[in-house]
Design a protein around this ligand. Structure first.
Ligand SMILES: Nc1ncnc2c1ncn2[C@@H]1O[C@H](COP(=O)(O)OP(=O)(O)OP(=O)(O)O)[C@@H](O)[C@H]1O
Ligand SMILES: [Mg+2]
Length: 209
């Protein structure tokens, strides 16, 4: 079982203290919401959990059962969906999907891609030949979620994944994350949306200092 533990984590930027002695255990098989106002540190918390950022004090440790995972083996198990991640605008949705999955060594058949589009509520007719730059923002978000679903990662680090999704899109995302958590994935979900928080198994409220 994959777990991530924060042990007395302290982090600040300049004179701003974001986290002081934050200790929390994040288990797999659960959706944990990270909530708090703009600037409270949600995205920073996710970066710490993903080991994209080291704490000033304390430690963030990923373990498989009792074995500590080193950064590289941990990273290969992580999939991150953030507002900063942009699709390549001059590639189509399918080219983007194939490219980002290809980086992980995953190659899908046309049928598998077709069923992925169905899962995230995109119609192939709407996508074929359309450059990512010409998709709507909600459609682009769904393409990113298609990459997530196919990424074979067991730690999902989601930064406001519901942004720009319509109600049906949010339902799809909640259904998929619930199913993924039931299958044993560790899911972190940063949000300001009360409905998304209500659907999580646990909540970490920021600020934490
Ligand atoms: N690399 C950095 N250098 C300096 N300050 C930073 C850095 N990263 C984040 N901050 C600051 O840390 C605070 C928390 O930022 P963060 O992006 O984690 O907040 P957030 O809760 O995700 O906000 P939002 O709801 O707007 O997404 C902000 O004041 C931000 O300016
Ligand atoms: Mg943020």
């Amino acid at each position: 079982m994959l777990t991530i533990s924060f042990e007395a984590v302290g982090l600040g930027f300049g004179s701003q203290t974001l986290f002081e002695a934050l200790s929390v255990l994040l288990p797999s098989g659960r959706v944990t919401a990270i909530t708090g106002h703009n600037g409270s540190g949600k995205s920073t918390f996710l970066r710490l959990a993903a080991k994209f950022l080291a704490p000033d004090r304390g430690a963030v440790t990923a373990r498989e059962d009792a074995t500590v995972l080193q950064k590289d083996s941990f990273r290969s198990r992580l999939a991150m969906v953030t507002p900063e991640w942009k699709l390549y605008p001059r590639l189509t949705a399918e080219e983007n999907l194939r490219f980002f999955l290809g980086l992980r060594g995953i190659e899908l058949s046309s049928d598998e891609i077709f069923s992925l589009w169905e899962r995230v509520g995109l119609r192939r007719e709407d996508l074929s030949g359309t450059l990512a730059a010409n998709l709507s923002t909600g459609m682009r978000q769904r393409v990113k979620l298609a990459v997530l679903l196919a990424a074979q990662a067991d730690f999902w680090c989601l930064d406001e994944p519901g942004s720009n999704l319509d109600p049906a899109g949010l339902q799809m995302l909640l259904r998929e994350t619930r199913q993924a958590a039931s299958g044993g994935k560790l899911i972190l979900w940063a949000t300001n949306d009360a409905r998304e928080e209500a659907a999580a198994d646990a909540t970490i409220r920021l600020p934490w200092n």
